[in-house]
Write a protein that binds this ligand. Sequence first.
Ligand code: PMP
Length: 394
Amino acid sequence: MAIDREVYLDNAATTYCNGEVFYAMQPYFITNYGNPNSLHQIGYTAREAIENARASVAKIINADPDEIYFTSGATEANNWVLKGIVAASPIKRVLVSAIEHPSITETARWLTENGVEVDYIKVDENGIISIPDLLAKLSKPTCLVSVMTANHEVGTVQYINTIANICSKNNVYFHTDATQALESVHINVKEMQITALSLSGHKIYGPKGVGVLYLKRGTPIETFIHGGYQENGMRAGTYNLPAIVGLGKAVEICMRDGNTNNTRMKQLRDYLIKEIEAKIPGVKLNGHRTQRLNNNVNFSFQGISGESITAMLDTMGICASTGTASTSEMLSRSYVLQAIGVNDDYINGAVRFTLGRATTKEDLDYTVACLVNVVKKLRALSPINIKTEVSENV
Ligand code: PMP
């Protein structure tokens, strides 16, 4: 049966490419296709476009343009910053939070296998970093702390300012993965004393396959991608010119429209939370209720699996996810939900709805109406008798 309705609520996995971004990129495929390193007119035009994009990215986080390095995405930026800072430091110890994206946790695992000590900072039941735990773990010599600005799964936004301040006082480098947070959270790397920060194009209505590592000037780091002399010899490889232009445009749009988008998104987010809690019994909001991304709603539905819910919603034209795009193929327990202590009854039943610029209130009303039916059906089919527990929860 064909569904004529599409409701895309998976904007944390990726966003559509904004039309203005697309049209800004277009000439750089066809007419201004030069290699930014070439010493002729077409090359200079390309170089100028790269430097304009660099200036826009620098501006949104209050960095200097020479502190911005273009990468293939946040995964590369995260790999580079962890491996590169440790390699350049005599102190072979890093701290990461227990709920980082796999591009940090898997890199940390690789570091462990290669002789680096990695310790994991605890989070509370809302996903907020434990400051006492951070302080205790900083009592041993450490070269780098990495804590994401906002979590990709449950949307919790960290008190980055406080964490960065503590690191600075302890003479430890501080990196934050701001991939999910650029539009929602105001970041000022200079004021906040942030050493390094990762970004990605395709979470902010830009193209896929492009990202950024901001690195404070003078921070010792080993090169990660060796080759030509691009990015001052720090990151080799011919520039992905159209994508970098697109990223620059996407950032400009965030700066131009961010306030309006955030106000609207937050209202829609709170509306969806209210509606789900009012209409469906046996639900638990994952992540912090207010200290969360403006577009993130993550609920666990007691006694049923998130995979069954998203599969049924998909047949109704609703695109949601159980967590990250990277793990949605696997029916494994979310380490993020484990770290925040979600109990057995709820841990398999998480669904993440991430709203976007195109989301409307009507989309959310349709989603809630479908969700009410889906949850009812799945609970009726469930071999576990959860009905009494559910009614006690109402
Ligand atoms: N960090 C976070 C928090 C993310 O959500 C993602 C993408 N899911 C990444 C890093 C990886 O970004 P990219 O796709 O640009 O490699």
